[in-house]
Every structure is written in C-alpha cells, then in structure tokens.
Design a protein around this ligand. Structure first.
Ligand SMILES: [Cu+2]
Length: 671
C-alpha cells in the first residue's frame, strides 16, 4: 500500500525535492540578483526583491532566479515566480483520512494557497475511497485590489440601449458588473460527491476576508469530501467558486491539482512509470482591455441577417441579430505553465520549460487547463514540427472507457488534444531518441470572431538522457489498463427520461461601459435570458434516478465551455455529427454559431443519482462569462421514498443567498 510514495520522493529529485522537506532557494532579503544572458553581466539592485509573482515583461530574461515560495509577513505569497520546468510540490496523502490545510493569502494583486508556510498550491494526491478533509482559511486583506485584475471596460460615447424585445423572441434582462468582496470558498472540480455541506457546496458556503465583507460569518471552514471508491481515478482540481469573484481570484493565482489514484496508478508505479502534473494558468485577461502591443489581425464579421431569429428550439426564439458582434476582443492573454510565464509563438529553447526523460522510458503526463478563458490545443511535435504520437489515458479525470467501463486501448494518436478551460487530459509520452528533441506545444485555436486570439505556443522542450545504473527508472513496458467499475458506467444504456434544449447567448450590456452580458437558459415556453441570480429559483428541476439528453446551443460568435458540477456526461454529438466514441467529460467546448447565425451545438447525456440531491451549478467555464451571468442551478430532488440527509434537505428548503451565517454543519467556524 505504499505505491508511489517512495517512487515520487525519488524520481522527482532531479526536478525538485518535495515539500515540506525541500530546501528553499537562497536569496538576499535586500538585494535581488538578475542574470541577463543577453547582456552577460550581473545586475544588482538595491530595490526590494521582485514583487510577489510579478511577471517579467521581457520573457527572454526570465529565469525565476529570485523565486522563494516561503510565505513571510513581508511577502505572504513568497517572492518571484518558479523557474521554467518547475513542478508544484505534492501533498501526498496516503492515509484513509487525509487532511490538508489551505490558507488564502494576498500580496497586492496576487493570491496564493499557503500550506505549511509554502505559498504554492500543492498537488493533492488521494486514493479512491478516501475521506479528504480540506480546511480553508481566508486571509485576504485587500479585496478592492483584485478588481485591478479584471478587464477595464472602455467608455462609450453614447449609452447603449437594452436589446429590444422582438415579437416571439426571448426577453433579455441586462446584468451588472460583479465587484470583488474577497469572499472565497472551494470547489473540487469533477468530484462525484454531493453538492451539500460539508462536501462540494459552493452556492452558500464561503469564508470572509480578513478585511471587508462579513457576509459569510466565518473566516475558516472545513470541507469533508467522501470520495466514492468508484469515482474515476485521474486528474481533478480545486479553485474558488464564489459567484462573481471566480475570475479575479483565479487570475490572482488560486487553483491547484488533485490526483485521485486507483489500481492503474499502482501498476504504473510498480513498473516505474512516472507521472508529471502540468498546470496551465492564466496571468492576465485582456478582454475589452487595452489592445495588445502587436496589432491584432482583422477578422471579418459573419454576415448575420438582421432577422435571423428563427433558430429551431422550443419556446421563444433567440435573438441572433443583436448577438455581440465581431468587433470586440482580439487580444492575446498571458498564460503560465506551472507558475512560469509562457512566451507566445515559437520561443527559443532557453525560454521554455526544460523537460527530460531517461531514454526508453514512458511517463504519464497529466495536464490541467486552469486558465480563466484560454483554450489549449496540446500536441507533441518533433524539431521539424511533425506530430509525435501520444497515448490518451484519461479525459476530465475519467479513464477512457466504453459505456460498460471497459478500458479503451491506449492507442497512439497524433491528433492535437483540445482542452477547454477546466478540462484535463492525461496521456503517455515515450522519451525521444537520444540526441533528438521534441516540443510540447499548444497549437493556435480559432475561438470565434468575438473570442480571444489563441496563438501557437511552445510549453516545453523534451530531451532524452542516457540510461545508467544510477537512473531513477529503468525502461519498462506500460501495464495495460484494468477493468474497474465507475459511478458513470452504463450512462448511455440508461433510458432517457427527458430531452431539453439550452441556449448560450451574449449581448452588449446597456449603458456607457463597453461590457458584455452572458446568458445560459433552457429554451421552453416563457423562457427569458436572465443573468444568474443567487436569489432566483433553480433553472431546471429533475429527480434522482433519471437520465436526460441536453442539446446545448451556442448562438454567440465565440466558443464556450459547458460545465456541470457533480456529474460527468457523455458527448453524443457536436454540431449534429455523432461523437464516436462518445467521450465522458465534465467540461465540453460548445462550437460558435456559423456565419448565418445558426447555433453551434453539443448533445450530451447525463444522469442524476441519489448522491446528487441538492442544487448543482452548471455554467460556462470561461469564468468571466460565469461571473457575468452565464450560469444556472439544476435542482435534483430525491427519488420517492429516498432517505435524504439533513444537509440536502436544507439546500432544498431554503433560499440560497444570505444564508451563509445560518448554514449548519460546517466545521471549525472561527474568527
Ligand atoms: Cu462562455
């Protein structure tokens, strides 16, 4: 039962020792050293050290030299940024009841999860069936500073009027810009655990900042996640989920990975197959902000007919004539890999993460897209840019299986892996031949004419090291995946009890500021587009034990990322074309509308079980869209005769908002 623990301790020593034992980089408290290879001299400055997590403008000179993640009174989030090729420390919790304490700290516009004095979000490793306890404490000191991270809207010359109601179209209710309050909480993305206290409840539970809001009534709370023994083993993650504050807090730095391990992990560890966790985050969101330094390519607006409001679907039609036009956006967002900034374009080897493997060995690469709205399109290519095959093992934490749970063979693929914000992919990589190098890249993506520009980027350069007797891992064959039962087995076989149509839309916000309202709504008689309202009724109500098919339509001119908490779904079709085989996901890209205004779409199948009873959020995982309204709540009622826990009953009987002080069952409430 000690699988991985010792392996990890040993195999990662060449990268970086594990916390908390790992040595801290030495550095002066007064002076910062900055080595410029270009100019070949050492710069010594008497300024205070690099501000916490400050990205360097000139990426060529970035080396992470001043990085020290120790949280101090002067620098609560440590100093500097990790060097390229760094990996977050593991919080290996081998126990049946692992315990993690996360403290949210702030320095300026940086937020960090501090654990045992180290200001770096740990990769939490747990086993299927474990009871994972996470105590979250909020030490945010300056909520207003977080507003600086949000895009700055331009002032319009003339105020925009609300979108007029056309006969037979859905009424559109304008939204408002969220204001950061500094409240935070924790969502375990992808976990198949109840949406109720003390587990994955994100609509009521929160912790107050050290200064400011006291609406939550506590500064600290303890989550207890009972991970089902049949929850798929794979890569999950944690991030804040206070509606309206998600983008600011994630851009500021709050997100981390969770690896849930199962029998295949044990077999891989015994065979010497290492795993590596890559986290892509977003450092800046340029939506509607200052234009990028380089002029953005002009993109033509689709020719949407003014009267194109006749898209098929139940209830009132969707107004497509007033959808946000293509003149917006056009900037490039800044992303990081494991905390180190990523350079746009085909960066030189010295400016990307160095990755090495022992010749002949294979590794499992687990990649989390924790960006706020940047899409990834991952591939491995050789020095000439030709694709190199990888073997896909899992998506969104779920091993690739058929509906009965039989593992799909790990077939080599050279197709790029498209990963929406919040998505995860896990794939096997074999070391390149000695003397050759390969690049871990994310290819450019067309996100639609109102979306962001996603350029080609190199994330890492992979080389092989010769095998010696001292090498950590000898070359070994990868053990085949085993058959395991999963909570999502048989989803396709289950009878579909109901079909629904949901619509994504976005319209310019009325008023003088250049902002956008984002919507998701079920299309049915009497439906309207209304920004998510914490006080509002659930958008959809279902009963546990049922299965549904949802056609999710996108009437906008950019892609969105549909996500629902608690349950994974199978994607049946994309733009009407059957997905073969239907992938099991918790986040899926919904393609943009076409040039004529016809919606892009995905058809998904999802089922609700007894553990899902309560209120489940569904939303776009471009979190700016979520914060600005593109979210809804699905209420799962118990089956007739089903025993219901008090926490679930509380969630069903009471309004959501402003109940934080009375929410019961949350441990360790202290101020
Ligand atoms: Cu969206």
């Amino acid at each position: 039962m000690f699988f991985f623990e010792k392996k990890n301790q040993k195999t990662f020593t060449s990268l970086r020792p594990l916390s908390p034992e790992r040595p801290q980089p030495k550095q002066s408290k007064v002076f910062c050293f900055f080595f410029s290879k270009k100019k070949s001299f050492l710069l010594l400055t008497a300024l205070a050290c690099l501000p916490a997590r400050q990205a360097l403008a000139d990426a060529d000179e970035y080396a992470g030299l001043a990085w020290n993640p120790t949280s101090t009174a002067a620098h609560p989030c440590g100093v500097g940024l990790p060097p390229r090729g760094d990996f977050a420390h593991d919080r290996w919790v081998n126990a049946r009841k692992p315990n993690v304490g996360l403290v949210v700290k702030q320095e300026g516009t940086t937020l960090c999860y501090v654990i045992d004095g180290i200001a770096e979000a740990p990769t939490i490793r747990v086993k299927q069936g474990a009871l994972l306890t996470i105590t979250l404490r909020n030490e945010i000191t300056d909520p207003a500073a977080l507003a600086k991270l949000l895009p700055t809207p331009r002032l319009r010359d003339t105020p925009l009027a609300p979108v007029p109601d056309a006969p037979g179209t859905m009424h559109i209710v304008p939204g408002e810009a969220p204001i950061p309050t500094g409240r935070t909480n924790l969502h375990v993305h992808g976990f198949a655990v109840p949406p109720t206290v003390p587990q994955d409840e994100v609509l009521m539970g929160c912790v107050d900042p050290a200064r400011g809001s006291t609406a939550c009534g506590r500064r600290e709370m303890t989550y207890r996640y009972q991970i089902p023994p049949d929850m798929p083993p794979g890569l999950y993650w944690y991030h804040p989920h206070v509606h309206g504050e998600v983008q600011a807090q994630m851009l500021a730095g709050l997100s981390g990975a969770i690896v849930v391990e199962g029998p295949d992990d044990r077999a891989r560890a015994q065979a010497g197959i290492q795993d590596r966790v890559f986290i892509v985050r977003q450092l800046r969101d340029t939506d509607a902000a200052t234009p990028a330094a380089a002029p953005a390519p002009v993109r033509a607006a689709p020719a949407v007919p003014a009267a194109a409001t006749n898209a098929p679907g139940p209830g009132p039609r969707v107004d497509t004539a007033h959808e946000l036009s293509c003149t917006q956006g056009g900037a490039v967002d800044e992303i990081s890999l494991n905390g180190a900034p990523v350079v746009d374009g085909l960066a030189a080897d010295k400016d990307i993460a160095p990755l090495s493997m022992i010749a002949g060995t294979t590794q499992l690469w687990r990649v989390l897209n924790a960006a706020t709205d940047a899409v990834l399109n991952l591939a491995l290519v050789d020095a000439q840019g030709r694709p190199v095959p990888v073997r896909l093992v899992a998506q969104d934490g779920a091993p690739v299986t058929d509906d009965a749970g039989h593992p799909a063979p790990w077939r080599p693929t050279t197709a790029p892996l498209l990963v929406p914000p919040a998505g995860r992919v896990e794939f096997l990589v074999t070391a390149p031949p000695l003397g050759q190098k390969q690049y871990f890249v994310t290819h450019a993506v067309d996100t639609g004419c109102t979306g962001d520009l996603v350029p080609e980027r190199r994330l890492g350069v992979l080389t092989a090291l010769p095998y010696t007797d001292d090498s950590d891992t000898p070359p070994a064959a990868v053990p085949a995946p085993t058959v395991q039962t999963s909570v999502f087995d048989g989803l396709l076989a289950q009878k579909t009890d109901r079909e629904r149509v949901l619509a994504f839309a976005e319209y310019p916000r009325p008023g003088t500021l250049d902002q956008t309202d984002f919507y998701i709504a079920e299309r049915r008689p009497g439906a309207e587009f209304r920004p998510f309202d914490m006080d509002g009724p659930p958008a959809i109500t279902v009963q546990a034990g049922t299965a549904e098919e949802w056609l999710v339509q996108n009437f906008t001119h950019e892609i969105h990322a549909f996500h629902i908490h608690q349950v994974h779904f199978r994607v049946l079709a994309i733009n009407g074309r059957a997905a073969e085989p239907p992938p099991l996901l918790d986040t899926v890209i919904v393609p943009a509308a076409d040039a004529a205004g016809a919606p892009g779409s995905v058809r998904i199948k999802l089922a609700f079980g007894a553990r899902d009873v309560g209120d489940i959020p569904f939303h776009c995982h471009l979190v700016d869209h979520e914060d600005n309204g593109m979210m809804g709540v699905l209420r799962v009622l118990p089956e007739p005769g089903q025993a219901i826990q008090k926490a679930a009953l509380d969630a069903l009987l009471h309004p959501r908002i402003c109940r934080w002080k009375s929410a019961s069952g949350i441990g360790a409430a202290q101020r």
